[in-house]
Structures are given as structure tokens and as C-alpha cells.
Design a binder for this molecule. Structure first.
Ligand code: SF4
Length: 66
């Protein structure tokens, strides 16, 4: 199983929880909004990506499993 991450940038308002909780998956742009660093999440970072998605107040992060 692999996990792909998608962020709806129209929803993102820049709380920064994603890149604080999963800094290997998410970064920030110049406005503090989310920037996806790796769309295909390495297995060792899946748990952090899931925690970040669950903690996004805007529900902007989706994890797709295939
Ligand atoms: S936690 Fe959600 S709203 Fe905040 S920067 Fe990340 S994606 Fe955007």
C-alpha cells in the first residue's frame, strides 16, 4: 500500500500544524501556507502525515491510499 498526499490550497489558511507535525512531508510557502514536499509519502512518514491530516483545522489535507 502506498499513500499519496493532497492539499486543497483553497482551504489552507496557514495554521502551520501540518509542517510542525510532519516536517518531512509538508513545508511552508512564503505566506506560511502549506507546501507539499513529497506527494508519495515514504512509509516511515505515513503516521506523521496521518496525524497532520487529522489536525488540520481546515480539513485541507487528504491522504489517498492505493
Ligand atoms: S494545517 Fe491545514 S490549514 Fe494549516 S497550513 Fe497545514 S494544510 Fe494549511
Amino acid at each position: 500500500m502506498s499513500v499519496t498526499v493532497k492539499v486543497d490550497l483553497a482551504k489552507c489558511v496557514g495554521h502551520g500544524r501540518c509542517y510542525e507535525l510532519a516536517p518531512d512531508v509538508f513545508g511552508e510557502d512564503e505566506r506560511g501556507h502549506c507546501r507539499v514536499l513529497v506527494e508519495a509519502v515514504p512509509p516511515e512518514h505515513e503516521k506523521a502525515a496521518m496525524i497532520a491530516a487529522a489536525n488540520c483545522p481546515e480539513d485541507a489535507i487528504k491522504l489517498l491510499k492505493s
